[in-house]
Design a protein around this ligand. Structure first.
Ligand code: HMG
Length: 389
């Protein structure tokens, strides 16, 4: 039985900052951000969007009434949680109108958690093929203004419907995982921005990729050439390119050229958004599938998931005949239509997030065009609005 990703959709905000403008404001050469980091635009997440609204905005447009009826598992992977006890998935389930007989959990392991969710969802659907699982990676990447990590911020959510006989990608049942206690990036409970040893984290990322990629090939007997393209977690797009380059010596010149050409498609949309932590690998998959017309049904893709702290996993999936039918085809146009904000407007929005305080707060949602918005906090409870309710 084939099980895997049946539908794949993405949501971010309607705002972005131009990376050349940000570089100039930070007294850096624009090419450092555009080429050295590999980012052209960075999503600016306004106070009216949080993990919950991004997740709901990603999933709602792709779900039919039949999907909603069949979903009995919802996993939200996030490291931008809004509560230490209650799962963001419960709010998301309510906003999406899911069945009350649904298992709703939030998972955390930095950028890796959505992959853990996807693998658990796969196992769940294999055991219950008439059911569907919804897995969402939703995050806002925040390092702080004027920090080295600033050009690698961003945010958004990727929603994946997991089912039997999937339209998009049939997942393999084998994978190779590596998990160790590494202090490359973390966020203590009293911090709203991440702490990171940037260079160290980039080195660990490459080490993990090499370990789980080679481990996967050994475990399965697959050859590198069996993989039409490699798709990476992209904290910034140059990071994926560095990892890909580390694998090139394993294949001949023609395969190297092919992998490099496919990678340009895999990073096209991430280059416009920035890091979105848990969803980043899956936005890259979406980018690959939406923009790369050299791929065809039956091609096997290799996926590398990485979460600081650290956990990595390499797994593969086979493209299905109707894969375009399960994709968020309007995404490139939506990203192109976003509104550009100046660096000072971005800084104001960055500092205007709902404060971690107990008092009632109101957020102006007038300029946010999305269906689900965060309107504020009352009696220490977040207030969400569904404009279609
Ligand atoms: P930095 O130290 O300011 O940058 O921060 P740099 O000096 O290393 O320069 C970056 C690149 O730009 C270099 O290229 C320069 O040569 C190049 P590289 O040597 O790396 O190939 N450069 C130029 N290129 C063209 N024209 C120019 C120019 N000037 C310089 N004029 C750093 C970079 C990534 C460290 C920083 O942004 C950071 O700390 N980011 C956050 C951490 C991160 O993203 N780590 C990635 C791996 S960890 C991960 O993926 C997990 C994560 O997503 C979190 C999670 O799991 O939850 C982060």
């Amino acid at each position: 039985m084939k099980v895997g990703i049946d539908k794949l959709h993405f949501a971010t905000s309607h705002l972005y900052v131009d990376m050349a403008e940000l570089a100039t404001a930070r007294q850096e050469e624009p090419d450092k951000y555009l080429i050295g980091i590999g980012q052209s635009r960075m999503a600016v997440i306004p106070p009216s969007q949080d993990t919950v609204t991004l997740a709901a905005n990603a999933a709602a447009p792709m779900l039919t009434a039949a999907d909603i009826e069949a979903i009995d598992l919802l996993i939200v992977g996030t490291e931008s949680g809004i509560d230490n006890s209650k799962a963001s998935a419960i709010y998301v389930a309510r906003l999406l109108g899911l069945n009350r007989r649904v298992r709703t959990i939030e998972m955390k392991e930095a950028c890796y958690a959505a992959t853990a969710g996807l693998q658990l969802a796969q196992d769940h659907v294999r055991a219950h093929p008439d059911k569907k699982a919804l897995v969402i990676g939703s995050d806002i990447a925040r390092y702080g203004l004027n920090t080295p990590g600033e050009p690698t911020q961003g945010g958004g959510a990727v929603a994946m419907l997991v089912s039997a006989d999937p339209q998009v990608l049939a997942l393999g049942t084998e994978s190779c995982v590596l998990s160790e206690d590494v202090m490359d990036f973390w966020r203590p409970l009293y911090h709203t921005t991440a702490l990171v040893d940037g260079k160290y984290s980039s080195n660990i990322y490459i080490d993990y990729f090499q370990d789980v990629f080679k481990g996967y090939l050994q475990k399965t007997g697959m050859q590198p050439e069996d993989l039409a393209a490699l798709v990476f977690h992209l904290p910034y797009t140059k990071m994926g390119l560095k990892a890909l380059r580390s694998a090139l010596p394993l294949v001949d010149d023609a395969q190297q050229a092919s992998w490099l050409a496919h990678f340009e498609h895999a990073r096209q949309l991430n280059r416009q958004v920035g890091n979105l932590y848990t969803g980043s690998l899956y936005l890259s998959l979406l980018s690959q599938l939406l923009t790369d017309d050299k791929l065809k049904a039956g091609d096997r893709l290799g996926l590398f998931s990485y979460g600081s702290g650290a956990e990595g996993e390499f797994f593969t999936g086979e493209l299905q005949p109707d894969y375009q039918a399960g994709l968020d085809v309007g995404l490139p146009q939506r990203l192109a239509r976003r509104q550009r904000v100046s660096v000072s407007e971005y800084e104001k929005l960055f500092n205007g997030q709902l404060a971690w305080r107990a008092d009632d707060q109101t957020i102006d949602v007038a300029d946010d065009p999305h269906r689900f918005v965060l309107t504020g906090q009352q009696d220490e409870q977040r207030q969400y609005l569904d404009r279609e309710a």
